[in-house]
Design a binder for this molecule. Sequence first.
Ligand SMILES: Nc1ncnc2c1ncn2[C@@H]1O[C@H](COP(=O)(O)OP(=O)(O)OP(=O)(O)O)[C@@H](O)[C@H]1O
Length: 272
Amino acid sequence: MEAVKVSFTYPDGTEALREVTLGIPEGKRVALIGPNGSGKTTLFFLWLGLFRPSAGEVRFWGKGLSYRRGELEELRRKVGLVFQDPEDQLLAPTVWEEVAWGLWARGYEGQLVEEKVRTALQAVELFDQRHKPPHLLSYGQKKRLCLAAVLALEPEVLLLDEPTAGLDPGQTKRLLHFLSGLKGCTIVFSTQDVDLAYSFAEHLFVLWRGRLVAEGRPAEVLAQADFMEEVGLGSDRPVVLRLYQVLKEKGKISPGGSPPTRWEELVALLEG
Ligand SMILES: Nc1ncnc2c1ncn2[C@@H]1O[C@H](COP(=O)(O)OP(=O)(O)OP(=O)(O)O)[C@@H](O)[C@H]1O
């Protein structure tokens, strides 16, 4: 998925994106990081063809979007978006139907629907709640239900808008573990959390005031404290990276190799 010199201005005149050019590497976990209002959600909507750019071109694996109805339907079969706010996505009377709905809309029936719904709900630990109305779920459960509804459709590309916002640490850990196991799926997630971007993304894009201001490997981009401060993401480097650098300076960890991205890896390095 690519954006080529994409600009987007809302009808009220707010310029949300200006000349953004970026390409999502296929099959990778990719973070879009930026402070509030930097244009992350707008970019997701453009990728899904919900908005058309004011200038520039949105491409899906090299092909520019034409916005014809059939093409948009095809695009939305391949690209799944999980909204930041679950209330924007949930519409069915029960948890089970919330997941089944998208499958029915695609012509799936009977036992196949049963199986796909069960698998998706079990993946997000909500199968036991399948008879409940979604509005009675907790916020974190609603977020996981939205993910299940999209996962059941087996998208090639998963767009996750702030996937861990509002989840407790246990849920966050299990969600990331689950997402790491989705082989072959390109995952693009938006966040303002440098620790999340560092530990989970393989590639990273930094948006600031609607512009793309950096991209690269998380360990390289997020290590630049002054730059991160300038673009409104605070001067704190990711905790694991910071500790690794301090321990290396103090000679507690032998130099060489790439920095660890998770606590477990840092501890393993310390234990030598
Ligand atoms: N419907 C709209 N009409 C007018 N302006 C909008 C609309 N939606 C978003 N904006 C503006 O567009 C800019 C980009 O918003 P967007 O939601 O894409 O940012 P974001 O990076 O996803 O922010 P957050 O991290 O807060 O979710 C902001 O200035 C926002 O106020």
